[in-house]
Design a binder for this molecule. Structure first.
Ligand code: ADP
Ligand code: MG
Length: 694
């Protein structure tokens, strides 16, 4: 089978649907997938039968509702396609009811108090707009996950709701231009960064096993200073891994396209071709899962953590985002006619307004303790949300802003909808790698999301705040008598009011911190700083207005995310304690005792040895051991103190202000010991061996 045949072979895609479904059923499902028309439940049995036949031909025995609870990874519970018949016989069965809805015990998933354990019921509901697929002989049906009261318990439902909001508002705007479309939808290409390390070495590090990142480790002699890994040729083992990963992803219909080495040693990236957002979100989950699975088969481990190693780059997940229509238009493509330009400028200004109005929500959507290690660490964008659109486009906006009193003869001013924009040179627009949110020619690239997180949250926020900006624009333009004049004044005003969020300079520089403060842009450095803003009045207002979350759901989400923040840090702290107490300190003490014995036996031998090296090392390491012991006690105390604090916000603040500091202190002594201890005594694989010996 060549790879074009491989592609999508495990997906119930359009081709499979056409082959397996009666024609009227196929057309109805197609209509649902393309235009969001609700599917007649009476057809569900026929869809289920077609899916089952198709899946069984490909060896599937089970089905599962595949969903994305608040844990950030996917969940599944497998049922066989089986009904019992009298006489010990069975019937392969899969009903429409089983396809559409399934009851789940929701009690063990984080819900932030949305349901008490005794009302554990939740249910998953089929998302017919994302294709079902087969994984490990199981038919996986993409679903949304809700409590019995209808409150969302997952990352998928809000995403679907926000796509709907964007569709409604986008169509209002296009209607004003006389453009007829059935659907406006966001497209996403999520570039995924990851590290690959040797599995045997991974298994020797409790920190990697329990927390996904190294909590100890002295800098290796070589970091990424030579920039020799980026786009470098692939090691054989990695190439074989990527090949199998690609094949698996292709079978699952994921458009895995570009793979290369990233900036840090042992770091790589996979970029898929963009897709409609909810499918892109599912595909990103599939991608992460396959990255981990395939690595195991190659004796490797894939690290998706945002910061597996201190001192070298961490991993992000760039969210490339644009707006499309069912007629194939990209609304963020400037186009060539004045008409297209005007639409483009309007959508562009909607994004600018959205980002300036709701920077806290964007920051919150990527807020985890893991991501705090990279944002603002001079390798990823700072925690300040700003927009890069490039000098050319900034000049154009300045001309539009000034164009209020338009005079055709005066050059440099632009009359929207009449003039054509100068052609933008695409290659100049994405040079700025330090911006959290960059316009890259015909899409935006949101660079703050972390590598391990679902794109559900940032995507939901982005859709919603842009829908809100479009809705404000539509309100104003719909009421106007002269659409053209109203548009000109709206754009000019929007640019004037929101240009403070535009920044083309170096986002890593110290200066930007001060400049951003002068401009009044928030700098929410940690997740603990950012998360409580979820409940700010304006944020609750926009999210409830567009039907994304209820206020109750927002309270619960805020609680879940703050709790996850503290729990993650405490797991790291306890892992450090265990490693320091049971691995590192005992081995260093053994080495010091070897040094002491060596001094004694040399002296006893009667030779005139001063034992300078052993003595100095012994002294130094003994002091460090004592220091480590004290810092272990201090961290223990801090963990005990945390358990007495009430309330998820106070706990998160304490973790940020106190626990992290005690962890850093403990790490620092260990990292000073490591270079002084004989390699064979050091109990865990070093950074050098993890990063360079794959
Ligand atoms: P590069 O950034 O290397 O120039 P591209 O711009 O082609 O490469 O693509 C980077 C990522 O952006 C890819 O994942 C791609 O699918 C995605 N992308 C390209 N166009 C769009 C779009 N209109 N909407 C969403 N994502 C897009
Ligand atoms: Mg990119």
């Amino acid at each position: 089978m060549d790879f074009t045949e491989l592609f999508g072979s495990l997906v119930f895609n359009d081709d499979a649907m056409r082959r397996k479904l009666p024609r009227d059923v196929y057309s109805a499902l197609r209509e649902t997938q393309e235009n969001g028309t609700p599917l007649d439940p009476a057809l569900a049995d026929a869809v289920a039968r077609g899916m089952r036949d198709w899946a069984m031909e490909l060896g599937a025995t089970h089905y599962t509702h595949w969903f994305q609870p608040m844990t950030g990874v996917t969940a599944e519970k497998h049922d066989a396609f089986m009904d019992a018949l009298p006489g010990g016989a069975m019937l392969a069965n899969f009903s429409g009811k089983a396809l559409i809805r399934s009851e789940q015990d929701a009690s063990s998933f984080p819900s932030g108090g949305l349901r008490a354990t005794f009302e554990a019921r939740g249910y998953t509901a089929w998302d017919p707009t994302s294709y079902a697929f087969i994984k490990d002989n199981t038919l996986c049906i993409p679903t949304a996950f809700c409590s019995f009261g209808g409150e969302v318990l997952d990352k998928k439902t809000p995403l679907l709701r926000s796509m709907q909001a964007l569709d409604v508002q986008g169509k209002r705007i296009l209607k004003l231009f006389g453009t007829k479309v059935k659907r406006v939808f966001p497209t996403v290409g999520a570039e995924q960064e990851y590290f690959i390390v040797d599995r045997e070495k991974y298994n020797k590090r409790k920190d990697l096993i329990y927390t996904g990142r190294t909590l100890f480790g002295a800098r290796p002699p070589k970091g990424q200073e030579l920039d020799d890994h980026y786009f470098g040729s692939l090691k054989q083992r990695i190439a074989a891994y990527m090949r199998e990963l690609d094949e698996n992803l292709w079978k699952l219909g994921v458009y895995a396209k570009t793979e290369h080495n990233e900036a840090a040693p042992a770091q790589h990236e996979l970029a898929p071709i963009h897709q409609v957002m909810n499918v892109a979100c599912d595909h990103n989950q599939i991608m992460m899962e396959q990255m981990r699975k395939v690595a195991k088969r190659h004796g490797l481990t894939c690290l998706l953590h945002e910061k597996p190693f201190a001192g070298i780059n961490g991993s992000g997940k760039h969210l490339n985002w644009s707006l499309s229509t069912d007629t194939g238009a990209n609304l963020l493509d400037p186009g060539e006619t004045p008409e297209d330009n005007a639409k483009f400028l309007l959508f562009l200004c909607a994004v600018i307004k959205a980002v300036d109005d709701y920077p806290e929500l964007l920051r919150i959507s990527v807020a985890t303790s893991a991501n705090d290690h990279r944002l603002g660490a001079l390798e990823a964008p700072p925690a300040i949300v700003s927009l890069f659109i490039g000098d050319e486009l900034e000049d154009i906006l300045a001309a539009v802003e000034a164009g209020e009193h338009y005079d055709r003869k005066e050059s440099g001013l632009i009359n929207v909808g009449v003039d054509t924009l100068p052609a933008l040179r695409k290659d100049t627009t994405d040079r700025n790698r330090t911006s959290p949110f960059a316009f890259t020619g015909n899409k935006f690239e949101f660079r703050m999301p972390g590598s391990s997180a679902s794109i559900g949250e940032p995507a939901t926020v982005l859709n919603t705040i842009v829908a809100e900006a479009l809705s404000c624009f539509a309100d104003e333009l719909e009421a106007a008598e002269d659409m053209h004049a109203a548009l000109q004044s709206l754009l000019s005003r929007t640019i004037k009011n929101h240009k403070r969020v535009l920044f083309n300079g170096n986002g890593y520089g110290e200066e930007w911190l001060r400049e951003a403060e002068r401009r009044g842009l928030p700098n929410l450095r940690t997740a603990a700083d950012a998360l409580p803003h979820m409940l700010d009045e304006k944020n609750v207002a926009v999210l409830t207005k567009h039907g994304i979350y209820t206020e109750k759901e927002l309270h619960s989400r805020c609680e879940i995310m703050l709790e996850t923040y503290s729990k993650t840090i405490l797991i790291e702290a306890r892992t450090m304690l265990e490693m320091a107490r049971t691995d590192i300190l005992p081995e260093v003490l053994r080495y010091t005792s070897f040094l002491a014995q060596s001094i004694c036996s040399k002296k006893a031998s009667g030779v005139a040895a001063v034992c300078k090296a052993e003595t100095a090392l012994l002294e130094q390491l003994s002091l460090l051991c004592d220091e480590m012991y004290d810092r272990i006690s201090a961290l223990e105390q801090v963990i005990a103190d945390e358990s007495t604090i009430e309330g998820c916000r106070a706990k998160a603040d304490f973790c940020r202000d106190t626990v992290l500091g005690a962890m850093d202190a403990l790490r620092a002594v260990s990292d000073r010991m490591e270079p002084c201890v004989a390699g064979k005594y050091w109990p865990i694989p070093s950074y050098g061996s993890l990063l360079y010996r794959v």
